[in-house]
Design a protein around this ligand. Structure first.
Ligand code: DP6
Length: 343
């Protein structure tokens, strides 16, 4: 069986010393319109299907990484030292093990996120993408972004899409080592598109997406329908993006999210991320739509909803959902240097 380390060794140049005192990077969070749900290879995070996302502009993670003269890696998240007995710490350190040029190399990683961590807002995606970009900056790896996308994927599948702004597709690939399973940016540009974040619960989710995904693949009697569902959704999404047909885009994204949650509902044990306010929001979206407003939602492995709408309807959206946080994915991304200096 191919291991993560085999893949990293095949990809990484033999650069053992940092080329600068620290590496820094920003990576945006991303929201899938056609979801990644299920792995064909758990070790390498190889997906069952391709997926397609939109990045969230300046919402994401800023990361700084440097070598440390210490016994163990230090991770600071949003100004707090992460305890070494947490799942979060172990996940990052396991990833750093793959990268360490020598076994004595110790890293300091400082990350700031401006999205809630682990609340289904794709924080592991921007976290691992930011870490890989910061490491690439530190060692000056002469790698293309597609290759860095493969490295990010091994931290967290959806992280491979967080290396770019705008619409991004992660191609499923077919090779056993996953060297053809990476993301790349799509040409579509849709400046009028908006994403509205509706936070239901900011706390850590009870079950990680990896666990939930695996449970679905292994136990849902309907999982065999998923590859065809996604392949159809991808085709429809491309057609909607090419013709800027918002109603079609929203319809396919909402249906794909609901299909993913239906798979979870049919797993054993059943997995339900929605909470009462999630369902209330869904009903409010459907009511608004029935009255002619072009608004749709998508939902990931958490109770929060993300609205899809167009800028012309922003006033109405804010009126209906007072607490919504609006994101303009195609607006000039504010220079991220400030957040990096801040680290
Ligand atoms: C529902 O990328 O968090 O957000 O690869 O196990 O780290 P791992 O899973 P992760 O799963 C994301 C699932 C999703 C859909 C998506 O982003 O495509």
């Amino acid at each position: 069986m191919v291991t993560k380390l085999d893949v990293v060794q095949a990809l990484l140049p033999k650069i053992t010393v940092p080329q600068k005192s620290s590496g820094v990077a920003f990576a945006p969070s991303n929201i899938a319109l056609c979801k990644y749900w299920g792995k064909r290879n758990v070790e390498l995070n190889l997906p069952v299907t391709s997926s397609l996302s939109i990045s969230l502009s300046n919402l994401g993670a800023c990361t700084k990484v440097s070598l440390a003269d210490a016994a163990t890696d230090q991770i600071i998240l949003n100004n707090e030292v992460v305890a070494s007995n947490t799942v979060f710490y172990r996940r990052i350190v396991q990833f750093l093990h793959l990268i360490r040029p020598t076994k004595d190399t110790v890293f300091n990683v400082t990350t700031k996120t401006n999205i809630p961590v682990a609340a289904g807002l794709a924080s592991s995606a921007c976290g691992f993408a930011g870490l890989v970009l910061a490491l690439a900056d530190l060692f000056e790896w002469p790698l293309a972004l597609e290759q860095l996308s493969i490295l990010a994927r091994m931290g967290s599948g959806s992280a491979c899409r967080s290396l770019w702004h705008g619409f991004v597709e992660w191609q499923v690939g077919s090779q056993a080592n996953g060297l053809d399973s990476y993301a790349y940016p799509l040409e579509y540009h849709w400046p009028e598109l908006r994403i509205g974040l509706l936070l239901v619960d900011k706390s850590q989710k009870p079950q990680t997406s990896s666990e939930a995904m695996q449970c679905t693949v292994e136990t849902s009697p309907f999982y065999s329908l998923w590859p065809k569902t996604v392949s159809q959704a991808l085709q429809e999404t491309h057609a909607a993006l090419a013709s800027k047909d918002f109603w079609s885009l929203g319809a396919v994204a909402e249906a794909n999210a609901l299909a993913m949650h239906a798979l979870m509902l049919s797993s054993t044990p059943a997995i339900i991320y929605s909470q009462a306010p999630t369902l209330d929001y869904m009903q409010r979206v459907w009511r608004a739509r029935a009255e002619g407003l072009a608004v749709f939602f998508t939902q990931d492995a958490g109770p929060n909803l993300k609205l899809l709408y167009l800028v012309k309807d922003e006033a109405k959206i804010k009126e209906l959902f007072a607490e919504v946080q609006c994101v303009a994915p195609f607006e000039a991304v504010p220079h991220t240097a400030e957040c990096l200096y801040d680290l």
